[in-house]
Design a protein around this ligand. Structure first.
Ligand SMILES: Cc1ncc(COP(=O)(O)O)c(C=O)c1O
Length: 311
């Protein structure tokens, strides 16, 4: 289903979806000079929507803003309220994906590079059913594109401009008949997928590249680390991963807010393990689904959205 919701939020106000706009000459629209977070809200078994790890997403948004010297007129509490307002106003009855975007507006004399204090924020949410890849898994390539790096275009800063790199890699993969792709960093070791982190299982050990491998510091992978420890007694190890380790891994899965936990069933057309989603992946997917829907533990990770917009 691809029907636009009725409302969005921009700069302190709920607005009709069509009126949530930024000017073509704003630095945010023209040069991708923005920072953002994607947050999932899950329909719980009680019928209510709960945003998952909203506080952690807003904290990462602040860290991205800090690196770009970006100031906005809203507190985290106001942004959290904006998210709830958008969910309530649209009366979603399914899982949704919320995007909180803070952007640089028009610069002095429309100079696209000049620093500006003129900023804005918008919050939108769309229906976001789970990807069919959650069950089936996805085929991945190793991208011919290298991941951007901290010394030129830091992946740690979640800015729209970084996704040019993701776009080149994803489109190449899809044209080649793959569902997704894994990028190597400038050192030639594994970094991440275009919009998610990667976890490998080798000999019963869970491994992911460290934050210094050219990755976004993922919230989903941190959730997986916690769940693996808590339910399976496994520690997620953070170390560099070689390309050929992906060819011989027992299991691989991607982790991201939108992707959730997505089994990778082949890499460069070589089957991962049996070529089917593996047992650890399946177990972690089940624990993840339980926690996001409020069946087990961690109430601190879930923010309930009101059913109606507060006056
Ligand atoms: C490039 C990239 N890496 C990793 C992730 C996973 O991060 P998270 O789990 O915090 O959504 C994302 C998702 O936003 C992403 O865009």
């Amino acid at each position: 289903m691809n029907i636009a919701p009725a409302y969005a939020w921009q700069n302190g106000k709920l607005v009709p979806w069509e009126q949530c706009v930024v000017h073509a000459r704003s630095q945010g629209a023209f040069w991708g000079a923005n920072v953002f977070e994607g947050v999932r809200a899950y329909l719980g078994d009680d019928g209510a929507l709960h945003a998952f790890r909203l506080d952690d997403h807003l904290a990462r948004l602040r860290r991205s803003m800090k690196s770009l010297h970006m100031r906005i007129d809203h507190t985290d509490a106001e942004l959290a309220h904006a998210c709830s307002t958008v969910l309530a106003a649209n009366a979603f009855d399914c899982d949704t994906h919320i995007c909180v975007v803070a952007y640089f507006d028009e610069g002095p004399n429309f100079d696209p590079l000049a620093y500006t204090d003129s900023t804005g924020v918008h919050v939108t949410a769309i229906r976001a059913p789970r990807s069919p890849g959650f069950e089936r898994g996805v085929a991945a390539s190793i991208s011919s594109w290298r991941r951007i790096s901290d010394d030129s275009m830091p992946p740690r800063i979640k800015t729209g401009a970084n996704y040019h790199n993701s776009r080149l890699a994803q489109h190449e993969a899809v044209r080649g008949g793959f569902g997704t792709t894994l990028l190597l960093n400038q050192r030639g070791t594994v970094s991440e997928a275009p919009g998610s982190c990667v976890v490998m299982v080798r000999d019963g050990e869970l491994v992911t590249p460290p934050g210094t491998s050219g990755v976004l510091e993922g919230i989903t992978v941190a959730t997986v680390a916690k769940l693996a420890e808590q339910h399976l007694g496994l520690t997620l190890r953070r170390r560099e991963i070689d390309r050929t380790e992906l060819y011989i891994a027992d299991e691989i899965f991607l982790c991201g807010t939108l992707a959730e936990l997505l089994p990778v069933t082949s890499v460069d057309r070589l089957p991962v393990g049996t070529g089917k989603p593996g047992p650890l992946t399946r177990s972690l997917q089940a624990h993840y689904d339980d926690v996001v829907r409020g069946r087990t533990g961690h109430p601190e990770w879930r923010t309930a959205a009101p059913k109606e917009v507060a006056a």
